[in-house]
Design a protein around this ligand. Structure first.
Ligand code: AMP
Ligand code: GLY
Length: 431
């Protein structure tokens, strides 16, 4: 059972996850006067400076996480950041044990973990999105692509690390993508079903929102640079950089999105018995001024969080509590009137094969407006900071506007080095 916490006690928090997003969440929580000790499972080398990291447990070891919390009665709240444990029902399991947790239930998280569900949901409630058809039969899907105008977008139903989407300009590409997804199961069982969508043109913007089941409060906007190389070329990645705000997203668009997308989504998730509590991420595309949903995520985005949370003035723990307790309508979210740019420093080869264990050096002369969030880092057996993933570090600059933030970010990257480091040089441009 949850121990009793009184208002005066500092609150200890466990963060599930170990990327740049979780490091940004940890730093934002640490600003709260009410936050005491932070724990992380598994965490990373950067997080270990402010969190007690338990890297021997991973985010999908749900039973071990429950045992850990049971043996740490000082933990007030567990914040579940990544998609996989949310989709696997970690929040439900924690609640069933009487542990307080931030994040959507398994049923609510299906808005991200099943594109067949989310597209059907939008169709049922007239939420604007690309026209589509869903298939679990390869031959029927094949017949559909032969009969519909190109380009077509083929998406694996389930979670696929952002890689399950193929934009197909020719029939040959579309057939290959279908075979790869549905028959060769390149994304595992996530690709047993697919949705096939019309291709939309417009600019994309990410709007994350806090939700308490009824109230939805959008955060400041962000833009993600998803492709591996400059000029939006190369393979899709988890995100090579972000900026906030998104310069093209106007107040008028935000108003339309609120009325036609954000409010109906939260209302109808509740009406379908999938009350959404946590962070709901709206991946939007603006087509001739009309916002449409490209995708929903049931969590903070990565690397969107790294540019959004540094701009938040309100106490993040207060917001988490309000989402859980259904009191979000009482919170007045406050943001800095500034801009942030995040450049991801990735391992050479990412998003395909890359080396781990390369030594990282970070100069001690970084500008004061720079925060480095660790994504894939570890401390090796000799005590050295080394690479431990595809996206290694996020260099985030804060300034009064995007142009200045961009130049500060790039000026400081020259002070960071690891072998085969690669990054885009156009983050902050062309959005
Ligand atoms: P998703 O994982 O669904 O966000 O898709 C990954 C990326 O594919 C998006 O950020 C878009 O750039 C692109 N995309 C997905 N669906 C569409 C669509 N219907 N039309 C155009 N581009 C799309
Ligand atoms: N940056 C996109 C995501 O978090 O899914």
């Amino acid at each position: 059972m949850l121990p009793l916490f009184n208002k005066k006690m500092k609150k200890n928090i466990l963060i599930i996850g170990g990327g740049g997003r979780e490091h940004a969440i940890a730093i934002a929580l640490k600003k709260s006067p009410d936050v005491g000790k932070l724990y992380a499972i598994p965490g990373n080398a950067g997080m270990s400076e402010i969190c007690e990291c338990h890297s021997n447990i991973t985010a999908m070891k749900l039973d071990k996480i429950i045992d850990f919390i049971a043996s740490h009665p000082d933990i007030y709240l567990t914040m579940v950041a990544p998609d996989d444990p949310l989709a696997a029902g970690l929040v439900d399991k924690l609640n069933a044990k009487g542990f307080r947790a931030f994040g959507p239930s398994q049923l609510a998280a299906e808005i991200e973990s099943s594109k067949v569900f989310s597209k059907g949901f939008m169709a049922r409630h007239n939420i604007p999105t690309a026209r589509y058809e869903a298939f679990d039969n390869f031959d029927l899907a094949l017949a559909y692509i032969k009969d519909h105008p190109l380009p077509l977008v083929i998406k694996a139903d389930g979670l696929a690390l952002g890689k399950g989407v193929s934009i197909c300009n020719t029939l040959v590409e579309a057939e290959a993508a279908l075979k790869n997804t549905m028959q060769d199961l390149a994304f595992g069982s996530a690709g047993r079903s697919v949705v096939i969508e019309e291709f939309l043109t417009g600019f994309e913007v990410s709007v994350l929102a806090f939700c308490d089941g009824e109230t939805v409060v959008p955060m400041v906007s962000a833009s993600d640079y998803k492709r591996a190389h400059n000029g939006d070329a190369g393979l899709n990645t988890g995100g090579m950089g972000t900026i906030s705000p998104s310069p093209s997203y106007t107040n008028d668009m935000a108003k339309i999105a609120m009325e036609t997308i954000f409010l109906p989504t939260v209302k109808e998730m509740k009406s379908e018995g999938r009350e959404f509590k946590g962070v709901l991420y709206f991946g939007l595309i603006i087509c001739d001024g009309v916002p449409k949903v490209i995708e929903y995520n049931a969590r903070f985005g990565d690397p969107e969080t790294q540019v959004i949370l540094p701009r938040l003035k309100t106490d993040l723990l207060e917001v988490f509590d309000a989402c859980i307790d259904g009191t979000l309508d009482k919170i007045n979210l406050q943001w800095e009137d500034n801009a942030t740019v995040c450049v991801c420093l990735a391992s050479g080869g990412y998003p395909l094969n890359y080396n781990k264990g390369e030594e990282i050096s970070i100069g001690n002369n970084l500008d004061k407006d720079i925060t480095i969030y660790h994504a894939g880092t570890a401390i090796d057996k000799n005590g050295k900071l080394v690479t431990n993933g595809g996206r290694v570090l996020n260099v985030v600059a804060t300034a009064e506007n995007l142009v200045t933030a961009r130049s500060i970010a790039y000026a400081n990257i020259s002070k960071v080095y690891f072998k085969n480091m690669h990054y885009r040089t156009d983050i902050g441009l062309n959005r």
